[in-house]
Design a protein around this ligand. Sequence first.
Ligand code: FES
Length: 157
Amino acid sequence: MSVAFSDSVRRELDRLLTRYPDKEAVILPALYMAQKEFGYVSDEAIEYIAGLLGVSPAQIEGVATFYTMFNRKPVGKYHVQICRNISCSLLGAEHLIEHVSKKLGIQPGETTPDGKFTLSKAECLGSCGTAPVMQVNDDYHENLTEEGIDALLDRLT
Ligand code: FES
């Protein structure tokens, strides 16, 4: 399956390319655009971006796999990412991951059969002061409790 950015995203990318002479500097924003536009960063998207920027697919792939916020596989309508780093972990993140796993009937890395939820373990989400923290798509949910998670997931179901 071939992929292509919409006209408006293509224009934005061209604008960035004129602003940054170093094409490597545009890899990160291009990957964001791909994830937003295509839902995840597929192998085809990597080839496509490499072609647009004139860099090797391996360079794009290296960046896409280094940053954990890029999904290399399709994700559900709601991508539930629970931080498992030290602050969140000390405040019960593993227990909360298990709780969500049981509630949704999937393991971390899996998507519910209806395509609604994907559960992932995340590295530090940068909000350690309000741990434990979970990100659902672009929204942060902090000071998590089982009850709070249940209420949120029930709203999304
Ligand atoms: S350790 Fe969880 S947000 Fe930093």
